[in-house]
Design a protein around this ligand. Structure first.
Ligand code: F6P
Length: 373
């Protein structure tokens, strides 16, 4: 039978174990394949750290958070090894050949799709599965992990209402999502946030303060402001666009390096923007304000029913694809079914919230301020 490898790369998220289980059970029981797990993402492939996966490993893990294989953000071509960063592509190819693999399944987010493509270019057969709480992977309706994070974030907003209403405060809640606003927008709407700020819609603080003040004039002396971590003001987004343009149009290596450093410095500066926003809103509205950063709580714990279902069915479909020797695809979610999308169509593109997305329109329709008017 075929021999396949599997790894989980990038940040952990709910549903990874369910996906490994779905893939593994179908591969082993239905198609009589042998399955090797690699530890800690691409690092395990580079350093040949393996787990032989049998039915035993796949039993009892459906509801577990995280990934029993371990995860890392290591990239094949730039991997920290001791003090140095090395290109481990050759070592990866050697591991692949040593185990006589027919394909390696890379379960991960946007970065992982790019790395999977790199390995395909190096001659490996790869198939990928879309996971991330950010929901920003192109060409898939949704990625597993997102629904669970949405539920956690919504419940957090529900609970924050208690203090906000009792103390007549502004509560700013910072949500994850990397450069995308899906999680903040979804949880903001579901949790009834009064203001929702997302990276795709740059905001002006005056509009945010005015929305809160308008509520106060109507007798609502509290507000919940849901902010995606990558959110920026109109000015900040102009700056970042200019820096990004300077980086991509740089003609010399030095100019490129300089622009990269400026971009990194900007992002470094930007990490505590929600704290600054909270202080500014307190000053501008006279309402006591507090910040809650949900952080990795959003990625932890047992996957929701929807994520278990999604991860299981994409994992099982992946095994079918492998059985048909169809390599080079990401198994995307499409409605109730799935679609095999060439990895090169996914790698390097991001799914952001479009300005006219139904969620954006719904938020505006129910009077939620998005900080842009
Ligand atoms: O991609 C998932 C995610 O949780 C993002 O929302 C966030 O920006 C990032 O990972 C945080 O990464 P780390 O856990 O490596 O700090």
């Amino acid at each position: 039978g075929q021999c396949i490898g599997v790894l989980t790369s990038g940040g952990d998220c709910p549903g990874l174990n369910a996906a490994i289980r779905g893939l593994g059970k179908a591969a082993i029981d239905q198609f009589e394949m042998s399955v090797i797990g690699f530890r800690d993402g691409f690092r395990g492939l580079a350093l040949d750290r393996i787990v032989r996966i049998t039915g035993d490993q796949l039993s009892g893990i459906l509801t577990d958070g995280g990934t029993f294989l371990g995860a890392s953000r290591d990239k094949p071509h730039k991997m920290p090894i001791g003090e140095r960063t090395e290109d481990m592509t050759d070592a990866i190819v050697a591991t692949y050949q040593r185990h006589g693999l027919d394909c390696v399944v890379c379960i991960g987010g946007g970065g992982t799709q790019k790395n999977a493509l790199r390995l395909q270019d190096a001659g490996l057969n790869v198939v990928s599965l879309p996971k991330t709480i950010d929901n920003d992977i192109a060409k898939t309706d949704v990625s597993f992990g997102f629904d669970t994070a949405l539920g956690i974030a919504t419940e957090a907003i529900d609970r924050l209402h208690s203090t906000a209403t009792s103390h007549h405060r502004i509560i700013v809640v910072e949500l994850m999502g990397h450069r995308a606003g899906w999680l903040a927008l979804g949880a903001g709407i579901a949790g009834g946030a009064d203001v929702i700020l997302i990276p795709e819609i740059p905001y002006a603080i005056e509009h945010v303060a005015e929305a809160i003040n308008a509520r106060a004039r109507r007798g609502k002396r509290f507000s919940i402001v849901a902010v995606a971590e990558g959110t920026m003001t109109v000015e900040q987004s102009k700056t970042i666009n200019e820096l990004a343009a300077a980086k991509s149009s740089a003609e010399t290596k030095d100019d490129k390096k300089k622009a990269s450093q400026q971009l990194a410095a900007f992002h470094h500066e930007h990490v505590d923007h929600t704290l600054k926003l909270t202080h500014q809103l307190e000053e501008m509205t006279g309402l006591e304000s507090r910040l809650t950063i949900l952080g990795h709580l959003q990625r932890g714990g047992t996957p929701s029913a929807a994520d278990r279902l999604l991860a299981t069915r994409l994992g099982a479909t992946c095994a079918e694809l492998l059985h048909e020797k169809q390599y080079g695809y990401m198994v995307a979610a499409r409605g109730d079914g799935s679609e095999a999308v060439p990895i090169e169509e996914v790698a390097g593109s991001k799914k952001l919230v479009p300005a006219d997305h139904p969620w954006v329109r719904a938020a505006r329709s129910v009077g939620t301020s998005l900080g842009d008017s």
